[in-house]
Design a protein around this ligand. Sequence first.
Ligand code: SF4
Length: 148
Amino acid sequence: MGIKGFSRTKAIHVMLVYTGGCNGCDIEIVNSILSPRFDAEQYNVFLTWNPREADVLVVTGPVTHLNRKPLEEIYNAIPNPKLVVAAGSCALMGGVYKNCYGDIQSEEIEGPVENIIPVNAKIPGCAVRPQDVLAGVVSLLPILLDAD
Ligand code: SF4
C-alpha cells in the first residue's frame, strides 16, 4: 500500500466545487460534512479546498460556460485515483437553469457535469439532502480503498 493508500485508511478528503447553481446544494453539503448533526468525521470524511489532497470531488450546479474551465482544471489537479459525485438536479440535468437559457446545450450552460468530467455517483434533489450526500460519499470509499 502506498502513502496515498495508507492515508486513505485514515481519512477521505472531499472537495466541493460550485459551477453556477443557487448555492442551496452547497449549503446542504457543507452542513453534511461540517455540522455536528451529521458528523462526517466519524466516517473519516473531511472537507478540503485543496485539489492536491482531495480524493472525492463533489460538484454542484449546471456548469456555466465561465465555470467549465475551472472545473476541468480542478479535476485534473486531483491525483488519481479520484472519484466524482454530481450533486443536485442542476448538476445532473440542468435543474431550474435548463429552461432559463432555453436549452441545457445552450452557450451559457455546458452541463450536465457528466458531459464535462467522468461522474461516479449521482445525488438527486433540489436541494440535495445532507444525509444523501454523505451516504453517496461513503458508498464510494470501498472503491477508493480498493484502488490503492
Ligand atoms: S439543484 Fe436546486 S438547490 Fe441545488 S444548486 Fe440547483 S437550484 Fe440550487
